[in-house]
Design a protein around this ligand. Structure first.
Ligand SMILES: [Zn+2]
Length: 290
């Protein structure tokens, strides 16, 4: 038996909800039709052109929100002339195969601070402490969401500007071939990691940039130059060093290059950065003399 909360969301369609321009909406209530004024931002007004006949009324902390479903026409996918590989969340939030690093330092600092604060509030356990805790958690997730928007926007713009597709690792189940060190496991499977992935995917779609999923197995253990794969290639959490040919670099950058190369192999796309001439981010990597 389904259980309904007294203030759960209510869904509407065109039979019981009609729009009066973008200024007001007429809703069928238990007391008959009620005209409710609506406030809409400029961006929402533009989007409103693509409105569909589905609406949800939410009640949250003393306010009513009307969720409007819009259908956005998708531009046709462009033909990609290369691949931008993106590795998410090993050490940094995102690193691409061009060597651009999106650190998560400030996010991490905030998370650590938040967690400490939450723990101390939890110990206190009072009603006001709980309320404070909710507030703190909300602040953290809004900040992370904002960061994810910024990062995904940049990545998609870079791919679009260089007419490349974006390659990402497939979302993996809990039993995966890629061993993730403990502190990272949390991040790998966290909602924020999935959110960033989701943002990249939908922004890419919107921009007509193809997204190519790549199997994640071994992307951080294989050498992009000589193809030698071994867990020993991972010198540490952050550093990759090939045991056979000596190629070294930041582990997440190496993974991003591998991801790009795999996507290019799967599809008839020539990868842009040839593996021999890895351009490594400044001051982070050493290419040994051969
Ligand atoms: Zn190698």
């Amino acid at each position: 038996m389904p259980v309904f909360r007294p203030r759960g969301a209510v869904s509407f369609d065109r039979r019981n909800l009609t729009w009066k321009g973008v200024e007001a909406v007429s809703v069928l209530t238990l007391d008959g039709r009620t005209l409710v004024p609506v406030k809409m931002g400029d961006w929402q007004k533009v989007q409103f052109r693509n409105v569909r006949g589905e609406f949800f009324l939410h009640y949250r902390r003393g306010r009513f929100y009307l969720v409007v479903v819009v259908e956005e026409p998708e531009p046709p996918l462009r033909r990609a002339e290369g691949v931008l590989g993106v590795d998410l969340g090993i050490v940094n939030l995102a690193v691409d195969s061009d060597g651009n690093i999106h650190k998560g330092d400030c996010v991490d600092q905030l998370r650590v601070r938040t967690e400490r604060l939450k723990a101390s509030l939890q110990r206190r356990g009072t009603k006001s402490a709980r309320r404070h805790m909710r507030k703190v958690a909300g602040k953290e997730s809004r900040f992370r969401k904002h960061m994810n928007h910024v990062i995904s926007k940049e990545l998609v713009a870079r791919a679009k500007g260089t007419r490349r597709a974006i390659a990402l690792e497939e979302l993996e189940g809990v039993c995966s071939g890629r061993t993730v060190p403990r502190p990272q496991r949390r991040r790998q499977f966290s909602w924020a990691y999935r959110q960033l992935r989701r943002f990249i995917t939908y922004k890419a779609k919107r921009a007509g940039v193809p997204v190519i999923p790549v199997p994640p197995q071994g992307t951080s253990r294989q050498c992009p130059r000589c193809r030698y794969e071994a867990s020993g290639n991972r010198k540490s959490r952050v550093l990759f060093e090939c045991r056979r040919c000596g190629l070294a670099g930041p582990a997440d950058y190496i993974a991003a290059v591998n991801i790009a190369a795999r996507a290019a192999v799967d599809r008839p796309i020539v990868p842009r950065s040839s593996v021999g001439g890895l351009v490594l981010p400044q001051g982070q990597a050493v290419l040994p003399e051969r």
